[in-house]
Design a protein around this ligand. Structure first.
Ligand SMILES: [Ca+2]
Length: 221
């Protein structure tokens, strides 16, 4: 009697540990997965039960009993929750090039939940930046998408433009009056008429009031 009782407890403990490891493993298969943990894929934030749209997209990529790496550009380019941002943009890896075990890509604070259209990441943060910043685009080099983040401490007329190495304007990403805050703009490697530009070095330039800063990025096809 005592023996079977012990056996039962051992079995239950083993099952619990297995479930915890499996959950950790799954969360580690998508970039920045730990930010939203189980609620990346499940409607119930505690995990288990019905999957949200992103969870369904993930599930369709997992072979039965298989442990394949399902995060790639196909999943990254989808917008599972239909909020206008791709899964890759939401998880800080627009091109789906991150692989399990690598350091998290992008900006952790800006990561939003790809399975919840109400989760908007950087826009959630009400804190006002203390200074002007133009952050390094990521990824860089890139193909075909890259994200450029910037911060403005007060309301300002802001323009963010992409130029080629000869100083010719390629694309205007933003040209508007914006409230103080943190922003992210995506460049899809296309010019103003929607044509893909060639590989090479491009300059992005942010002007906001008196703040004027440029940086280089590399489109590599
Ligand atoms: Ca989305």
């Amino acid at each position: 009697m005592k023996k079977s009782y012990l056996y039962m407890i051992t079995l239950i403990l083993f099952a619990m540990v297995t479930i915890l490891i499996a959950r950790d493993w799954r969360v580690g298969q998508i970039p920045n997965g730990e930010k939203f943990s189980c609620s990346n894929c499940h409607i119930d934030p505690q995990g288990g039960g019905a999957r949200n749209k992103f969870g369904q997209a993930v599930e369709s990529r997992v072979t039965p009993g298989g442990r394949e790496e399902f995060w790639n550009s196909t999943l990254a380019f989808l917008d599972s929750d239909g909020d206008g941002k791709t899964n890759g943009q939401e998880l800080g890896d627009p091109n789906g090039t991150w692989r399990p075990g690598q350091p998290n890509p992008g900006i952790f604070n800006s990561v939003s939940n790809p399975g919840n259209s109400l989760s908007t990441g950087v826009e959630d943060v009400a804190e006002v930046p203390s200074s002007y910043r133009l952050l390094n685009n990521y990824p860089n080099p890139f193909n075909p998408l890259t994200v450029i983040a910037f911060e403005i401490p007060q309301n300002e007329n802001v323009s963010l433009k992409v130029f080629n190495i000869n100083g010719q304007l390629i694309r205007t990403l933003t040209n508007e009056h914006l409230p103080a805050g943190k922003y992210e703009k995506t460049w899809d490697g296309k010019n103003e008429i929607g044509k893909e530009v060639s590989s090479g070095i491009y300059i992005y330039r942010l002007t906001a009031g008196k703040f004027d800063r440029s940086a280089r990025m590399v489109l590599m096809k």
